[in-house]
Design a protein. Structure first.
Length: 288
């Protein structure tokens, strides 16, 4: 009898051709991906990091290393350093394979180096939501869903359950609003479906439909946000001529005023945004 494939392996394989593919290190039976961080000074498991009161300490250490000089971009730096790879794993994996890693706070680890901050997060265990007709549905780590709606809902519930303790602790320490913090998660989950679609020359509208479904499910599960991201077509005759605008500013411009607003910033003028994106088409080396 043929061996049932590990569900997460297809996600790793599907992300391999991408130019931008920030996956976490995976440590689960049958799948090992990413180098991890074998020389980290300390490892922090998400639930224990919060329970032990480490989030404020690590935030202040990371802020000191980054030298940002402003609380708001420092908060975005913390979210990016801890949650970027887990969000990408779920979002890109769901879009590319219709398989969704189910995140749990007791299986998500963050390596810390005292001289450089957080390394690549590591996920231990590999429970994965799959559809009933998926070839990996019979694998012990698979959680079988009746349809895409159930798969997306389950993925979102696990994301919110895993991220809420960190986000709540960050909110309590910095007083930055929950809508700003969750807005970063919502925006990033959308972009991490759209970006693979653009790079592979696929239908951006279909990627955005699924991203919106994940966003709806995140909000239903408890994420809060002030505004949702929006699709931004800037050149209809080009396969990569669609990008998006964030619903929530990441505030990078406050830490680097000379750089100004990001291309995707909701505060940026659409005319300027369109000109910048057109330059990406003329010079692909500039594109993310």
């Amino acid at each position: 009898m043929p061996e049932v494939p590990v569900p997460l392996q297809a996600v790793v394989d599907a992300c391999a051709p991408l130019k931008f593919s920030p996956l976490p290190a995976l440590r689960a039976p049958g799948v090992t991906a990413g180098a991890g961080d074998p020389v980290a000074d300390q490892w922090f498991r998400t639930d224990l990091m919060v329970a032990d009161g480490e989030v404020p300490v690590l935030f202040e250490r990371l802020t000191a290393l980054g030298g940002r000089g402003h609380r708001l971009p420092a908060v975005t730096d913390f979210l990016r350093a801890t949650l970027r790879e887990p969000v990408f794993l779920v979002s890109a994996g769901t879009y590319l394979t219709r398989r969704a890693a189910l995140l749990d706070a007791d299986r998500l680890w963050f390596p810390w180096r005292s001289e450089s901050g957080f390394g690549t997060p590591t996920l231990t265990g590999g429970r994965t939501a799959v559809l009933a007709d998926d070839p990996a549905a019979g694998h012990p780590s698979a959680v079988v869903c009746a349809d895409e709606d159930e798969l997306v809902r389950l993925a979102a519930e696990h994301m919110v359950a895993a991220f809420t303790p960190v986000i709540d602790a960050l909110h309590a320490h910095t007083r930055v609003g929950l809508r700003t913090l969750w807005g970063w998660v919502l925006d990033t989950s959308h972009f991490y479906m759209l970006n693979p679609a653009r790079f592979l020359g696929r239908d951006a509208g279909e990627a955005w439909r699924l991203a919106r479904a994940l966003g709806d499910a995140l909000i239903e599960a408890g994420a809060v946000t002030r505004a949702r991201p929006r699709l931004f077509p800037f050149r209809e005759d080009h396969p990569r001529g669609t990008w998006a605008v964030r619903g929530t500013c990441c505030f990078d411009y406050k830490g680097d005023p000379e750089h100004g607003f990001c291309t995707t910033c909701p505060l940026k003028c659409d005319d300027d945004r369109r000109d910048e994106l057109q330059e990406w088409i003329r010079n692909p080396a500039l594109a993310p």
